[in-house]
Each structure stands twice: as C-alpha cells, then as structure tokens.
Design a protein around this ligand. Sequence first.
Ligand code: THU
Length: 133
Amino acid sequence: MYKEIIKKAIDAKAKSYSPYSKFSVGAAVITEDGVMYSGCNIENAAYTPTICAERTAIFKAISEGNRIIKKIAIIGSTKDTFPCGVCRQVIREFQSEDMEIIVANSLEDYKVFKLEELLPYSFGPDKLKKESD
Ligand code: THU
C-alpha cells in the first residue's frame, strides 16, 4: 500500500542536488485525485535558497493545481528522516483530513504518522478566520 509512494521518494532522492550538506533527501506526495509528485532537496552556494525535498514535491503538486495532499513519503540519508519544521508547516497548509506522513528507510522499513503528532497545536488557515468574518 505504501510501496509505490516510497519507491517514488527513493527515485527522487537519487536526483538530490546536495553538494554542500551531502545529505540527500527524496519525497513524494499523493494528491486527492490520486496523482503522485516527487521532489528532492536542492541546495545553493548561498545556502539560504536551499529547498527541502518535501516542499519541492508539494510545490510541484500545488503548481499543477492539486492542493490536497493525502500522503507524503520522505526518505533521507540517515535513519528516520523526519520533515523539518518549515516543511511541517507547509504540509499543514495543504493536508487532507486523513493525511499520512510516511517516514521511510526502505520499501519495507517505514513508520506512518499523522501531522497532529508531528505538529501539535498548529497554526493553519482556519486560525485566520475572525468571529466578525
Ligand atoms: N532536508 C530536506 O530536504 N528535508 C528535511 O526534512 C530535512 C532536511 C535537506 C535540506 C538540506 O539540503 C539537507 O537536507 C541538510 O539539511
């Protein structure tokens, strides 16, 4: 059930551009309509323009018009690479109600989380709504 998305993340990891950290990461998402997008981390000589694999994959989905993420898989260069704080917040913006975060080490070795576990008490789009709205 999770093998296809993990495979996509593994393939994306192979495309990582990470000459500075030498820490390659791959991610893949499945959107509400079943389309998969993948991404890798892309570093920069000026360091701060670096983007994580998760955000590459999510932004590819969003820019293709698919805004609801059902699943996201991540695989890094060390065991159990969890999404960074910035990526958790971006995942928060586009999550489906039952979204799953798959932290993978291989096709057979992975753990599945809910965003609530990784980003409790989060700030999201609903929080911008005032009572007067
Ligand atoms: N990185 C990701 O792509 N995703 C994460 O969740 C953790 C960190 C990247 C950023 C940078 O290129 C390298 O891993 C080391 O931090």
